[in-house]
Design a protein around this ligand. Structure first.
Ligand code: NAD
Ligand code: UD1
Length: 359
């Protein structure tokens, strides 16, 4: 039997995972999705399947496993099942995690268990099945409240503003440690520190649909503009920023998805070039546009891009928020040949189109 290779996407039914799965298939990879659906729906998997099969003669199979990353036997079984089908998982993109900063302050143990526990199990199983390439979903939150912006990858990890941020710092350390102590099999990893992903696939077949009331700005803003939720609260207008609201680096999720393809290609090239003698390799990359935008500017950009007013009120600061952060993203440009190409307005328009369709 011919053995084909696949990329396992954990959290593949989630927001960034589903967009990345589509980008991977478009780039010629076979993907396998794993998710426990704690913050997503099976409809996202159907969306991925529709998109990758649109306009193709032959049907592209996208296997999905409903498994929790902390379930060692369940995760191993995914690798074994794929082997039985004649496909070997040769790379993993690990998105699966809980991500609500506020909730993490209330339930830190849940976050430690889910995010760090899940990553530990995955690393063990990758070792067992000799998988050499890992792309990890990290976050700019590892920099805490940075002293200098834009932040580059050499900026130190500052004490995290939230347990969620702490889990990202710990997982990065865990992966680095695992790489150092595991040269046989090797572990080559890319630690991708996302800034603020927003928007949706332009087809509106997949997008961001968290369960319950959204915590993130753009999904909340869209629901508020649609009139299905109370007005958006701008969390804090007395920060030391030009208009008093927090500043972030918002990037289109389609750009971010393409960055994952670039990262997995980079790791595969590393693996091939250091085949027999090389040691494990870990590299962190900031993924952002390089521009900071305030909350009030996002509201204004949304209204300009869509012509729809955003009901909003000016409110108090949110616990755990950093004031200003945006990316110095030149490493990704020079080493991954990736940079963000889509505008804030395009991202907000795509987010709104997704909102209208998913009503
Ligand atoms: P998401 O919630 O849409 O996707 C995460 C997916 O992981 C969900 O489908 C959820 O059901 C699944 N999941 C969670 N715990 C799991 C577990 N133990 N086992 C199996 N599946 C599990 O979130 P997203 O925005 O797509 O985020 C993906 C990754 O990117 C996360 O690691 C997140 O921390 C990171 N990240 C996100 C942002 C952002 O603003 N969206 C920014 C920086 C980093
Ligand atoms: C945070 C983390 C990010 C993490 C992400 C996952 C930082 C700097 N960023 O993003 O790395 O992975 O959570 O969820 O810690 N806002 C409002 N009203 C709202 C919602 C948000 O004003 O109803 C504001 C926030 O105060 C913030 C901005 O909008 O200034 C963006 O918030 P959000 O979308 O939640 O993302 P971050 O908190 O930046």
């Amino acid at each position: 039997m011919d053995i084909k290779s696949s990329i396992l996407v954990t959290g593949g039914a989630g927001y960034i995972g589903s967009h990345t799965a589509v980008a991977l298939v478009e780039a010629g990879f076979r993907v396998v999705l794993l998710d426990n659906l704690c913050n997503s729906e099976l409809s996202a998997v159907e969306g991925v399947r529709s998109l990758v099969n649109a306009g193709r003669g032959a049907s592209v199979e996208v296997p999905f496993y409903e498994v929790d990353c902390r379930d060692r036997e369940g995760v191993s079984e995914v690798f074994r099942s794929e082997l039985k089908k004649g496909t070997r998982i040769t790379g993993v993109i690990h998105f699966a995690a809980l991500k609500a900063v506020g909730e993490s302050v209330e339930k830190p143990d849940l976050y430690y268990d889910n995010n760090i526990g899940g990553t530990k199990v995955l690393l063990d199983v990758m070792k067992e099945f000799e998988v050499e390439s890992l792309v990890f979903s990290s976050s700019c939150t590892v920099y805490g409240e940075p002293k200098i912006v834009p932040v580059d990858e050499n900026s130190p990890f500052l004490p995290s503003e939230s347990p969620y941020g702490f889990t990202k710092q710990e997982c990065e350390k865990l992966i680095e440690e695992h790489s150092k102590t595991n040269d046989i099999p090797k572990l080559n990893s890319a630690l991708l520190r996302y800034f603020n992903p927003i928007g949706a696939h332009p087809s509106s077949l997949i997008g961001e649909s968290p369960k319950g009331i959204p915590n993130n700005l753009v999904p909340y803003l869209c629901l508020s503009a649609a009139g299905t939720i109370s007005p958006l609260t701008v969390f804090g207008t007395d920060y030391p920023t030009p208009d008093g609201s927090c500043v972030r680096d918002y990037l289109h999720v389609m750009d971010l998805a393409e960055a994952h393809v670039a990262a997995i290609q980079y790791l595969i090239a590393k693996s091939l070039s250091s085949d027999l003698t090389g040691s494990s390799h870990t590299r962190a990359f900031n993924l952002g546009t390089g521009s900071g935008v305030s909350v009030l500017e996002v509201i204004a950009a949304f209204e300009k891009a869509t012509g729809i007013p955003v009901p909003h009120v000016l409110g108090k600061r949110r616990e755990g928020d950093v004031v200003s952060i945006w990316a110095e993203a030149s490493r990704a440009k020079s080493e991954l040949q990736w940079h963000a190409t889509r505008s804030l307005e395009e991202a907000l328009k795509d987010a709104w189109n997704w909102q209208k369709k998913s009503k």
